[in-house]
Design a protein around this ligand. Structure first.
Ligand code: GTP
Ligand code: MG
Length: 216
């Protein structure tokens, strides 16, 4: 897929204010500092599009970016950021999980995993939760430039093995680096393929928002 345009649309703390669910949408999620915002900038080739920081916890809102006027990338706050208070963490958790569970136009959750690390419990638990909810997801291993390909492959293999404890089938996965741009074509082609099958959810008018479904 060729990226012709990518623009910031909105930041939200309220699900009722999200853009109408009429375009295919991909949520980028993972532990704080895993490289979500960097990956979004790398995919779109726009350096300052999503805000990057040395400090974990930079992304605090649901951020919508419109790509090629036809699909959304969503940058989400990272989970597992230790310096956030427990109650704030729970609030975020609930908010993000509600978004993921209820957003009709969400096509796939892109779960980012740090390729330098052994499988982390928080990532495995998050994948299990997605599985329980029946949400489609893929794994995107990040920062592969930071170590040897052998080490990356070992960690990927360990993660896949750990997932097999909960899943019969493994999700598709990508190995990426925002530094070298590796994996860019694979991720974009995947998204392009899914976009082709998108149909506007027909059970609601395009102007209806998620908030109407609350109470489920
Ligand atoms: P939060 O918004 O805080 O949850 O973080 P995030 O997941 O959006 O991470 P972000 O993109 O802000 O990147 C965190 C740090 O990792 C920054 O210092 C980036 O420069 C660095 N980083 C991200 N991706 C890569 C990568 O592929 N390679 C290398 N070498 N560094 C990376
Ligand atoms: Mg971020």
């Amino acid at each position: 897929m060729i990226i012709k345009s990518a623009e910031f649309i909105c930041s939200n703390t309220q699900i009722s204010k999200l853009p109408p669910p009429v375009k295919p949408e991909y949520a980028f999620i993972g532990r704080s500092n895993v490289g979500k915002s960097s990956l979004i900038n790398m995919l779109t080739q726009k350096k300052g599009l999503a805000k990057i920081s040395q400090t974990p916890g930079k992304t605090q809102l649901i951020n919508h970016f419109l790509v090629n006027d036809s699909w959304y990338i969503v940058d989400l706050p990272g989970y597992g950021y230790a310096r956030v208070s427990k109650s704030k963490k729970e609030d975020w958790n609930k908010f993000i999980r509600t978004y993921l569970d209820k957003r009709e136009s969400l096509q796939c959750v892109m779960v980012l995993i740090d390729s330098r690390l052994e499988p982390q419990k928080i990532d495995l638990e998050f994948c299990s939760w997605l599985g329980e909810k029946g949400l489609a997801f893929v794994l995107v291993f990040t920062k592969e430039d930071k170590q040897s390909a052998v080490k990356t492959d070992q960690n990927v293999a360990k993660f896949k093995k750990a997932l097999l404890a909960t899943f019969d089938e493994l999700p598709q996965y990508f190995i990426t680096s925002s530094e070298t741009q590796s994996g860019r074509d694979d991720v974009l082609n995947f998204i392009g393929g899914v976009n082709q099958h998108f149909e506007i959810p027909s059970f609601k008018s395009p102007t209806d928002h998620l908030s109407l479904k609350s109470g489920n």
